[in-house]
Design a protein around this ligand. Structure first.
Ligand SMILES: [Zn+2]
Ligand SMILES: [Zn+2]
Length: 189
């Protein structure tokens, strides 16, 4: 629907022919719906995302085609939020993730169960991208069921922490929003 691709002019877009072309540029679906452009700043600290060499994480919650929530969180903020998460919750999330993690990435199948995008489209689902600069290094679909399962295993204390984040950043959004459905997937190639 948009004719102009929001592109940042790269310094050496065509300058390095030996560079393998398996780069994935952050797709439109992970651009900011509200700002109608790629995310520019961290939702939590407001710093420029491009300045974080460690990268950042985009999370968008959909219901059908509708964007319910979106956030882009720099890795230092992700780490800070994990600090605020109780040890118990962290451990249980980690166990859940280890148990259910499937070796899939992309938006076609849930990263944690066999649901496909087609199957979960009618309900809420999350799209997550681990990004760096203009590039998307990893991506995942998290279906509503898995999201709910994770919400259930986190402790009350953690829920309060995340609620606070939500209230500070997204006043008036539903209380089941959760900004980081899974810990960042290890980036290995
Ligand atoms: Zn930040
Ligand atoms: Zn799932």
């Amino acid at each position: 629907m948009s004719e102009h691709e929001p592109e940042f002019p790269g310094e050496s877009e065509s300058g390095s022919p030996q560079e393998p072309s398996n780069r994935v540029i952050i797709p439109d679906v992970l651009h900011s719906f509200y700002e109608e452009r790629p995310f520019v700043t961290c939702t939590r600290c407001g710093e420029s995302l491009r300045d974080f060499a460690e990268g950042f994480r985009i999370s968008k919650s959909f219901k059908g085609d509708e964007v319910i929530l979106e956030s882009a969180i720099c890795m230092p903020c992700m780490a800070a939020m994990m600090e605020e998460t109780s040890e118990e919750s962290k451990q249980r999330l980690e166990e859940f993730h280890e148990k259910h993690h499937r070796d899939v990435s992309g938006f076609d199948e849930c990263a944690l169960c066999v649901n496909t995008l087609d199957q979960v489209k009618g309900n809420e689902f999350n799209l997550v991208g681990v990004c760096q600069g203009d590039d998307m290094l990893d991506s995942a679909l998290i279906c509503f069921d898995c999201q709910e399962a994770m919400n259930e295993i986190i402790s009350e204390e953690t829920r309060r922490t995340w609620d606070r984040f939500r209230q500070e950043n997204f006043p008036g959004v539903p209380s089941d929003f959760e900004p980081f459905p899974t810990r960042p997937a290890p980036v290995s190639h």
